[in-house]
Ligand binder design. Structure first.
Ligand code: UFG
Length: 350
């Protein structure tokens, strides 16, 4: 297939580009490099001269989107580009709504206008388990039919954009020009690709696993646990940590199996929950370093416990996580961060 990957220079988007190229697809990555990196784009371009292109532009730039789709004759969009920090979204909600929703609508307008108004064939949206908020009793592990009631602006941006996409799909069906629409609701994504080429390099870094690894590598003196009196067995939040390559496999399966007119949503998570303390224990085991950990107040916007019920994605897409042991996920993240102490910039300074 011929795929536009928005946010292609970001952590998850770059892993998607790599996998899609490996599978023989034509890929064009679009990214404004606000939080993405040029280095993975350069590496992918040198490995796939003819099948890969990178365009530095904002996904909200409707004209560039239309032109890119038409010039490269692309039929599918995987939409990863977004601001994606729960805590930051509470502090800057308007920025999150503008970026994740207004720019997303411009992206859709650009897709809709392409090919003389026929539009694209497939749209796969990077949604989030943050759309569920705190699931009601009996809904953990979380199935796709769980009520969606986010606890943060970030979660709301993902939920609103799901609704916008569903309405767009209805319009396309009414015009007798159906689109295949898939919403992938990720749980927490971690790890890096097994070749060691790509990894997780965020500025600022706020995600639990890389922050803990930074503490283990001595890049920070200590780290904090945000909230220790949650109603969970050890008082800390529970999350489901899916390996980035497993996550992208789920996208590949969704892209290959959906038909025009399909509108569906899938949770992507391994189906096991780990508390913050369990993650820190894993990072300590993997790194062999007993770094300092402090108790800190709760972080605004955090849900208490979220882990996936993978029944639907297993039965409909045949997807199952290959990496299910937390130490393996953590090792994968640890190896890249140890080899790249300054993230992608490490290469230039090596
Ligand atoms: N946490 C700490 N200390 C830290 C960092 C995080 O205790 O230094 C805790 C958080 O409070 C939370 C858990 O670790 O309870 C996981 O936090 P992350 O920041 O790693 O991830 P989030 O769950 O907040 O968010 C991530 C992605 C979102 C995605 C979401 C789904 O950033 O895009 O997972 O849960 F939607």
């Amino acid at each position: 297939m011929r795929i536009l990957v928005t946010g292609g220079a970001g952590y998850i988007g770059s892993h998607a580009c790599q996998r899609l190229l490996k599978d023989g697809h034509r890929v064009v990555a679009l990214d404004n490099l606000f939080r993405g990196h040029r280095e993975p784009m350069d590496m992918l371009k040198s490995a796939h001269q003819t099948e890969f292109d990178f365009i530095e532009a904002d996904l909200g730039n409707q004209d560039i989107v239309t032109k890119t789709l038409e010039t490269h004759d692309l039929d599918t969009v995987m939409h990863f580009g977004a601001l994606a920090y729960v805590g930051e979204s509470v502090e800057n909600p308007l920025w999150y709504y503008r970026n994740n929703i207004s720019s997303g609508i411009s992206l859709l307008d650009g897709c809709d206008a392409a090919f003389g108004g026929s539009g694209i064939k497939r749209f796969i949206f990077s949604s989030s388990c943050a759309t569920y908020g705190d699931p009601p009793e009996g809904m953990i592990p979380v199935p796709e039919h769980c009520p969606q009631s986010p606890t943060s602006p970030y979660g709301f941006t993902k939920l609103h954009f799901e609704h916008i996409l569903k309405d767009y799909a209805i319009k396309r069906a009414m015009q007798d020009n159906p689109i295949a629409l898939t919403m992938m609701r990720y749980f927490n994504v971690a790890g890096s690709d097994r070749t060691g080429m790509l990894g997780e390099d965020h500025t600022p870094e706020t995600h639990l696993i890389p922050v803990a690894i930074d503490a283990a590598l001595g890049k920070r003196d200590s780290m904090s646990i945000f909230g220790t009196d949650y109603p969970t067995p050890d008082g800390t939040n529970i999350r489901d940590y899916v390996h980035v390559e497993d996550l992208i496999s789920a996208h590949a399966l969704a892209m290959d199996s959906t038909q025009l007119g399909d509108v569906d949503a899938f949770n992507v998570g391994i189906g096991k929950g780990y508390s913050v303390r369990e993650i820190l224990d894993s990072v300590k085991r993997v790194s062999g370093v007993d770094f300092a950990v402090h108790d800190a107040p709760k972080r605004a916007g955090d849900a208490i416990a979220l882990y996936n019920d993978p029944t639907k994605i297993k039965s409909k897409l045949g997807w199952e996580a290959q990496i299910t042991e937390i130490d393996e996920v953590v090792s994968s993240a640890f190896n890249w961060l140890k080899a790249h102490p300054n993230g992608y910039a490490s290469k230039q300074h090596a």
